[in-house]
Design a protein around this ligand. Structure first.
Ligand code: ADP
Ligand code: 5GP
Length: 210
């Protein structure tokens, strides 16, 4: 049975390239925050370390995990499967460790709908503009123009899911964005006052979607 000493779950989602992986890594430097390592069928990027960034598995292994009902959530994203196994997450939460999830909106919906007895805070990260998103994607996926194009197209659809998150944060200056998320988590945990302007976010979304 979960108790008040249990850890909390913090989900960061965003359109690809907005910066959630970078932010999750920064947030994990705080005491007691652990990143949930997902399984994926996609190929590793040159800078990625297996079993640290992801558990890279083939389709067959992923299907086996689905059949064994090992996933807390899983989804198909950009032609590959991604999923979070339940046991490591629950074990850490029961030990009082907080878990950071870098997952898409489908996974966030699934975890939300499970109504687990652990505190859950969800963040949706946005880029300052589409131009800057394009730059960040181009820098990261330099060799693959097709990936950049595909992810820019997907942006239009992904951005619509902002409405289902507790907080939407704009990742312009990295440190500012990190501090904003950090402060919101602190305020949620301590029931403190929250520095959050929903109207400003609505205006930003409007600018991104015209
Ligand atoms: P996501 O996980 O949302 O797909 P990443 O964290 O991989 O995005 O970030 C995409 C790229 O943008 C990376 O190369 C990262 O270093 C860079 N980046 C992230 N945040 C910022 C920022 N605030 N300013 C400049 N570059 C950033
Ligand atoms: P990338 O291939 O850029 O690492 O991730 C692509 C997308 O898959 C991102 O939106 C990322 O958040 C999402 N993702 C990564 N791991 C998981 C997971 O375990 N479950 C779900 N649903 N999405 C994931």
């Amino acid at each position: 049975m979960p108790t008040p000493n249990d850890g909390i779950m913090v989900i960061l989602s965003s359109p690809s390239g907005a910066g959630k992986t970078t932010l999750v890594n920064l947030l994990s430097k705080q005491d007691n925050f652990k990143i949930s390592i997902s399984h994926t069928t996609r190929q590793p990027r040159p800078n990625e370390t297996p079993d640290k960034d992801y558990y890279f598995v083939n389709d067959q292994e992923f299907k086996r995990l689905i059949q064994n009902q090992e996933f807390l959530e899983y989804a198909k994203v950009f032609n590959n499967f991604y999923g979070t196994t339940r046991t490591p997450v629950i074990e850490k939460l029961n030990k009082g460790q907080n878990i950071l999830f870098d997952i898409d909106w489908q996974g966030a919906d699934q975890i939300k709908n499970k109504n687990l007895d652990y505190k859950l805070i969800t963040f949706f990260i946005l880029p300052p503009s589409k131009e800057i998103l394009f730059e960040r994607l181009s820098n990261r996926d330099m060799k693959d123009k097709l990936i950049v194009e595909e992810r820019m197209k997907q942006f239009e659809r992904d951005v619509l899911h902002w409405i289902n998150y507790d907080y939407v944060v704009i990742n312009d200056d990295l440190q500012d964005c990190y501090k904003k998320i950090h402060n919101l988590i602190k305020a949620e945990v301590n029931d403190g006052s929250k520095d959050y302007d929903l109207e400003y976010i609505r205006n930003h979304i409007e600018k991104l979607t015209i």
